[in-house]
Ligand binder design. Sequence first.
Ligand code: MRU
Length: 346
Amino acid sequence: MKDLHAVSWLNGKVRLLDQTKLPEELILLEISDYRHIVSSIKNLVVRGAPAIGIAAAFGVVLSVWNADESDRAEFLTRVNTAIDELKGTRPTAKNLFWALEKMRNTLSRNLSRPLRHVKEAMLKEAQAILQDDIDRCRRIGDLGQELLPLRATVLTHCNAGALATGGHGTALGIIRSAIEKGKKIKVFADETRPLLQGARLTTFELLEDDIDVTLITDNTAAFAMKKGLIDIVVVGADRIARNGDVANKVGTYGLSILAKEHKIPFVVAAPLSTFDREIENGDEIPIEERDANEVRFFGSTQAAPEDVPVYNPAFDVTPHNFISAIVTEKGIVRFPNAEKLAALLK
Ligand code: MRU
């Protein structure tokens, strides 16, 4: 993944690697209208909590990039409308709201300056959010790799890799850092129904980096654990409550139960920008429900009667007592609970 970035800024445009087309096609979109960022987040062209936040921050920049620099009221309307629309794209990933808050604060701090400077300050902030996420992922990887034995097979779910972040990844960052340290790491990737982020994206980015990866269907995880094929589970997160309950791609909760039953460590990797300090526990995390056709169809092939009712939550919540450790850029919290996380977030 050295030369592939989920989100980047290039000469007044946002470049997105279209993740709906991977792995068959490698398409880079160049976007100059923030409304196209809005639709790209909704449609999972860009996805993964940190990458969504980064794309949204650049979306805010786009909303004013070509704005009239003499009309302050119009400038403000544009930014506020863009922030509101970007907020409405996906409800679960905390990083989205965190990044938009940072952009709003940057605007407020600079508002008395000429609009040309305000634009520049906003671009600088979005670029800092991107670079900051790369740094955080590196640190998460370097700290978290200590949890992996010298030889290990890691099971991961969905995609919490370079494609989901500024680069390096959170869960996959731990794997990359462990390999850099000379550890012999194999990966089992859950395919991750319904949208196959594991099959399409995790295997793609690991193969790009010559990392040993084996694809399994989601329903194979239990048997793979029973057979002793999995040493540790490492996943990412979309939002973490104050008590350590974790929202992540649907299926994560089931894996945590399986891991407990088989006495396999279950590790969550996430930057502090994923933590929601306002909510006490996982019951309060808003869970996105997506279109029924994502389940009725397997790609473009119909896989169920077209009118069958469907329940399609994009995420589930893993209670903190099923989690062996949460790895952040600030340190590892083992057996997380409200008290330990309060100390970490202080
Ligand atoms: O629906 P997605 O593909 O955006 O879901 C992504 C996940 O669930 C990831 O595990 C999570 O965002 C962490 S990415 C570092």
